[in-house]
Design a protein around this ligand. Structure first.
Ligand code: DP6
Length: 368
């Protein structure tokens, strides 16, 4: 067990110089899905994801000494320049959860300014990019106020651990390329507590893979991921599912190393459909895909049959489709999307993304 609890991380408040830290962190798309959790945000099965490039959250954490001592965390969060009560509440709870690890958070007044690269109305609001950006800001804050980390891997493992406490899938976003979260016998260093990078074992084909996100519906989903994870506890297929996901994460790592795009796609699509089948077999059951999701899936299958191109889809816990494919077929796929798929998207919108290099720390004054 990793134990980051550290009661000695407290400050002499009169010595704090108000300042700010800024990180941009991307979203990620799970290839093998995390679905089901227990204890303090621990996964029921290992998962593996690609970190994206374009879809990201830019977060600035401003801090100063807290004037009045109070019970909880002193924080206010602005989303796209506007104070957001919902996110402020969620962030306050998250920071309070971190008090045993970072007791100094009680001694600070924090202002968090956050914005997403994707339009707010796109319906893909990402807790993965948001929570990983905030976790990275917090570990950088620890470095600024206390000792710098001697090892970048340790810095990232801690950021991943903190991100996980905010949102499970967020722990995979602190690494570029591909990341695994969850203990796997075959993967040295892997853990349920934080993600590890598997980018070094990524075949060149996957290093710049495309992920085009088709926005089938921009509405808020009717059942949150949090509630969905909870429903796995009573799901009659849960045990078989966790064993399957473990085997698939293992196999997916081999596939990613070898560059086998067809086996990649088979696992990818089965994972998407399994995830939604689990929702449909929960008690109570629920359905998040829409008729247009199925219409697009059928067309993707047809496209594959007719062209032989390795274009495959996946789904998150919602109706929007992620289309994954190698760069070598970008031209015919873009054409196919424009000609045949945009019709099924709300406002004919899609977001073109790629596998990315991971989070970056930005200058606070740098307005990118
Ligand atoms: C379907 O990470 O959003 O995207 O831990 O409750 O915040 P919480 O859940 P969250 O679940 C993501 C589920 C998923 C699959 C995945 O990303 O692995």
């Amino acid at each position: 067990m990793t134990d980051y609890k550290n009661s000695s991380l407290t400050l002499i408040t009169s010595e704090i110089i108000p300042s700010a830290i800024r990180w941009r962190s991307p979203s990620n798309i799970a290839l093998v899905k995390y679905w089901g959790k227990h204890g303090n945000q621990l996964p029921r099965n290992p998962s593996v994801s690609f970190t994206l490039s374009g879809a990201a959250t830019d977060t600035t954490l401003e801090y100063k000494a807290r004037m009045e001592s109070g019970e909880g965390a002193d924080v206010v969060l602005y989303l796209d320049g506007e104070k957001n009560d919902g996110f402020t509440k969620r962030t306050k709870l998250f920071l309070e959860k971190l008090f045993p690890i970072y007791p100094f958070l009680k001694q600070l007044s924090l202002t968090i300014k956050t914005s997403n690269s994707f339009p707010h109305s796109a319906g893909i609001a990402s807790s993965a990019s948001g929570m990983s950006a905030l976790a990275l800001c917090l570990v950088s804050l620890e470095e600024t106020l206390f000792e710098p980390f001697t090892d970048r891997a340790e810095f990232l493992a801690k950021a991943s651990y903190l991100a996980r406490l905010g949102s499970g899938s967020a722990c995979r976003s602190v690494y570029g390329g591909a990341a695994v979260w969850g203990a796997l016998a075959a993967l040295k260093g892997s853990s349920d507590e934080f993600a590890v990078s598997v980018t070094e074992n990524l075949h060149p084909t996957f290093q710049d893979y495309h992920d085009d996100i088709l926005l089938i519906s921009k509405s808020e989903k009717s059942v949150s991921s949090r509630a969905g994870h909870g429903l796995m506890e009573g799901n009659p297929y849960a045990t078989a599912r966790y064993a399957q996901a473990t085997r698939r994460t293992d196999e997916m790592l081999t596939v990613l190393r070898q560059g086998n795009v067809d086996r990649f796609g088979e696992i990818l699509e089965s994972e998407a459909l399994t995830l939604h089948a689990l929702m449909m077999s929960s008690h109570p059951p629920y359905v998040l895909i829409r008729p247009n999701t199925l219409a697009v899936i059928e067309r993707i299958h047809l496209f594959r049959e007719q062209t032989g191109h390795p274009l495959y889809f996946t789904l998150d816990a919602g109706p929007n489709l992620h289309l994954l494919y190698p760069h070598s077929i970008a031209e015919p796929v873009k054409h196919f999307i424009r000609e045949q798929l945009l019709y099924f998207c709300e406002d004919k919108m899609y977001l073109a993304d790629r596998v990315g290099k991971g989070p970056e720390r930005l200058e606070v004054s740098d307005q990118r």
